[in-house]
Write a protein that binds this ligand. Structure first.
Ligand SMILES: Nc1ncnc2c1ncn2[C@@H]1O[C@H](COP(=O)(O)OP(=O)(O)O)[C@@H](O)[C@H]1O
Ligand SMILES: [Mg+2]
Length: 281
């Protein structure tokens, strides 16, 4: 655990983003962004198209190296990790940060169940090293494999996809693919789950079901959720905490009631929607 120490913060912060700045050539996509996400909370990042929301996720999950800034994850079981110093695969596999993508990225030719098993591939591979070491190890691999299937089944059930376990993922209706992505991210047992516009393209009923799912994940799994979302009914309905971005800068930060009534937000963002402009996250 080289990037980690066993220090716990007193204020149950799960993720501390400090002075995050990301430049692409001359473009300042994120400008000195600081905020905190906590365990047992849904923290939403909202803001117009191009505000820098997906870039925040890409910095957190190691796709981009931030130009400046500290991304401190306080893992409830493992200690502290500085994500800006870690490779993406270690952020997922060691720091236990899970994510979904704005454009769905499943393995379309694999079955629904296989998508959930493969998500746990790394843990299975670790167990298979023991398998090579002898019979004891083989038993260990079988235990890990069984646990992976059990976990996949659990999450299939939670996202109402048990009946479609054998479907090719690419053939699922869109809303099912969105839920499968969340199930896949949950199969790595994340301490922080990052969801990039999970309600995009869902009908109102599916959107309500998604709200229920996210609230139950927050309450039952005791993790933190970081949510990028443009659907205001989702954001205002389920967020504990909202961070508002505009042109890469944070313009507001607080609970839904605070953000909804913040004149800066109304002017920059919600006001546009009320005028029928259709604010887009
Ligand atoms: N890899 C990249 N190279 C250059 N510019 C990028 C890259 N990724 C994002 N950007 C730019 O950064 C800004 C923020 O983008 P993004 O984070 O995708 O916004 P949002 O998710 O809020 O819509 C946009 O101007 C976008 O064009
Ligand atoms: Mg985006």
């Amino acid at each position: 655990m080289s990037a980690a120490t066993m220090i716990q913060t007193a204020d149950d912060a799960l993720l501390d983003v400090e002075h995050l700045t990301m430049r692409f050539g001359g473009l300042l996509a994120i400008d000195d962004l600081s905020f905190t996400a906590r365990v047992h909370e849904i923290t939403s990042i909202i803001g117009p198209n191009g505000a820098g929301k997906t870039t925040v996720f890409n910095c957190l999950t190691g796709f981009y190296k931030p130009t400046v800034g500290r991304l401190r994850l306080c893992h409830p079981d493992k200690g502290e990790y500085y994500l800006e110093r870690m490779e993406g695969f270690r952020i997922a596999q060691v720091a236990d940060v899970g994510r979904t993508f704005q454009n769905i990225r499943l393995f379309p030719k694999m079955t629904v169940l296989e998508n959930l098993i493969i998500a746990q591939h790394n843990r299975l591979m670790k167990a298979s090293v023991f398998a090579l070491a002898g019979l004891l190890g083989l038993a260990r691999y079988r235990v890990a494999e069984k646990a992976a299937v059990e976990k996949a089944k659990f999450w299939l059930d939670r996202v109402n996809l048990t009946a479609r376990a054998d479907w090719e993922a690419g053939n699922l209706p869109y809303g099912d693919q969105r839920r499968l992505e969340i199930a896949r991210a949950m199969c790595i047992a994340p301490c922080l789950l990052c969801l990039d516009e999970p309600a995009a393209g869902l009908n109102p009923r599916e959107s309500l079901e998604l709200n229920e799912l996210l609230l139950s994940i927050r309450d039952e799994q005791g993790i933190g959720i970081l949510l990028i979302e443009h659907d205001m009914s989702v954001v205002m309905g389920i967020s504990d905490h909202i961070v508002v971005l505009d042109h890469g800068r944070k313009i507001s930060d607080g609970d839904p009631a605070f953000v909804r009534n913040d004149p800066t937000v109304i002017r920059a963002y919600l006001g546009e929607a009320e005028d029928g402009e259709g604010a887009d996250a």
